[in-house]
Design a protein around this ligand. Structure first.
Ligand code: SF4
Length: 195
């Protein structure tokens, strides 16, 4: 059975590989986010698993903010992601925890799901579809001809294998809250030794 720090490191390793896979997909396809965007982070029904936020939760704990953040997450009334900061212009925004963002935050836009015909299908947003239609067309043809792009389910499977008990889906802020509780419970009677 893995210790909490081992689980956090295992999640980080999956993220490091995924980030490389997505970077390579973006370079070969030419697809990219709009500058300063973040509209997908505003979706009110984003669902995540607690395991996705173990690295963020440990960072919050190490910063001595666990109790404060727990309370804010617990009291939060709206569904906007806790770490998202919308721009005052009302278009876009930025993630306040980008290096420790969740799995879905990394996957969306540049990965595929497997459709009913068992074929990989790009999952992306309306902005990329509108502004980069040509690149999507070329990529879609290449995928039909066998080009591989990262598949969402593979990364969920890898995270689930780290700790299946933390792989249930919740609204994003609840998933963060649960991840924070896991860290707080783990260190309630243990001393945190930082490597
Ligand atoms: S995936 Fe789309 S909506 Fe999300 S930040 Fe990128 S361009 Fe914006």
């Amino acid at each position: 059975m893995k210790s909490l720090p081992e689980k956090v490191n295992a999640v980080k390793r999956v993220y490091a590989q995924l980030d490389k896979d997505i970077e390579s997909m973006q370079q070969s396809s030419g697809l990219h986010c709009l500058s300063g965007c973040g509209e997908c982070c505003k979706k009110p029904d984003i669902e995540c698993t607690p395991i996705e936020f173990l690295p963020l939760a440990l960072e919050i704990f190490d910063a001595g903010k666990a109790d404060e953040v727990w309370q804010e997450l617990h009291d939060k009334q709206d569904s906007l992601c806790y770490v998202f900061r919308p721009h005052v212009t009302h278009f876009g925004g930025m993630c306040n925890a980008y290096p420790n963002r969740g799995l879905i935050c990394r996957l969306f836009g540049f990965t595929a799901r497997i459709n009913k015909e068992s074929q990989p299908e790009l999952v992306t947003c309306k902005f990329i579809k509108q502004e980069q239609a040509k690149e999507i067309e070329v990529l879609t043809s290449a995928m039909k001809a066998g080009k591989k792009i990262p598949v969402m389910g593979n990364y969920y499977t890898r995270l689930t294998s780290i700790d299946p008990t933390l792989a249930e889906f919740y609204p994003i802020n609840k998933a963060m809250l649960k991840a924070l509780e896991v860290v707080m419970h783990y260190y309630a009677y243990r001393k945190r030794r930082k490597s």
